[in-house]
Design a protein around this ligand. Structure first.
Ligand SMILES: [Fe+2]
Length: 345
């Protein structure tokens, strides 16, 4: 491939004349914006230890009252994007949020979509669109774009959850904003019961729901059971994986990011092919070695790591007597909608 002309090769007065007219020559930057063969991601393989961050999150609980934080969060930032830009990848934001007993994170809604993956503690709830969703370890709760949500805590121990948002994408589009609201009126639903059985959906007088987000809570107990049933039903299946979907349409649960749960059988090594979207891995149960290019991380329970796109990932269950369970978030729905999704062998 031939080298292209550099900016320094051009007369300084010519470059200045261009700039005065808000013009820029393309050829000095062409290879950077269209690199050969594959992108050059800013997203770096990055690991966040829960054991290491937990004391700092608890200290935030002492240092900053909820009224001064609104959402008490430590952001899991990828150094490749610059820590202050608060991105795990180009489209994903990750945060560990702490709610102390008796605290309340007031009602608001915003354009970015969020999900909560509960990490520890009992007794907290997220009220989404009036449905008071209980929060237990491993539960996935959606707070999709535009829906009112607030968090409360009736238990006696701190509650922590992992927030996954498409904030970097929505912010990049200059479409990110929030609106504060009144405390919501609570309806009977708790986010999951209407869709609690696979293969069956509510149809009052033969009518399907047209709600964009009919199911708001995906209890871990059900997801875990689904994975175990899948493994028992199809013993030859290598990747025992499920996707969190909209039960009315079968499409991904949210528009921009995808969410999945994976069961690694005792001692299993699973090689995931290189795919265009970046991925996040969070360990719900067990112990897993993750290899991303030249980086290797060992995930203990509640640890999280991030892999750039176009990169193969290998997961190995360190336990030889029990399965391990991994929650995965990625940018697949976005890549597919934009027509840039790729899988490479
Ligand atoms: Fe929010």
């Amino acid at each position: 491939m031939n080298d292209l002309g550099r900016l320094e090769d051009l007369p300084a007065d010519y470059v200045q004349d261009l700039r005065n007219l808000n013009l820029v020559p393309l050829w000095p930057s062409l290879r950077a914006v269209l690199p050969p063969g594959k992108p050059r991601p800013n997203t770096q393989p990055t690991f966040w230890s829960y054991q290491a961050l937990r004391p700092l999150l608890m200290r935030a609980g002492e240092l900053t009252p909820i009224e001064k934080a609104e959402r008490r969060v430590l952001v899991l930032a990828n150094p490749g994007h610059g820590l202050d830009n608060m991105k795990a990848s180009a489209a994903m934001y990750l945060g560990m949020q702490l709610l102390m007993p008796g605290e309340w994170a007031p009602s608001h809604r915003h354009t970015p979509n969020a999900v909560r993956m509960v990490v520890e503690g009992e007794g907290a709830y997220t009220t989404v669109d009036g449905e008071k969703c209980p929060m237990s370890r491993g539960d996935l709760i959606l707070t999709p774009t535009g829906l009112w949500h607030e968090h409360g805590h009736d238990g006696s121990e701190p509650v922590v959850w992992l927030d996954v948002l498409d904030l970097p994408m929505v912010y990049y589009m200059e479409a990110s904003y929030h609106i504060n609201g009144q405390r919501q009126t609570v309806k009977p639903g708790q986010g999951d019961r209407a869709y609690a059985r696979g293969g069956i959906v509510p149809t009052p007088v033969f009518t399907r729901s047209a709600q964009a987000y009919p199911m708001l809570r995906y209890p871990w107990a059900e997801t875990r059971r689904a994975l175990e049933s899948l493994a028992a039903d199809q013993p030859a299946l290598e990747a025992v994986q499920v996707t969190y979907v909209n039960p009315e349409t079968g499409a991904d649960a949210q528009n921009i990011l995808g969410f999945y749960a994976l069961m690694l059988k005792p001692g299993q090594t699973l090689r995931l092919p290189a795919r265009s979207p970046a991925s996040v891995f969070h360990l719900i149960e067990g112990g897993v070695d993750v290899t991303i290019d030249a980086s290797a991380f060992t995930l203990a329970e509640a640890d999280t790591c991030c892999a750039p796109g176009y990169t193969p990932v290998t997961l190995r269950n360190r336990l030889t007597d029990k399965p391990s369970f991994v929650f995965i978030a990625d940018e697949t729905p976005l890549h597919k909608k934009l027509g840039v999704f790729e899988m490479r062998e």
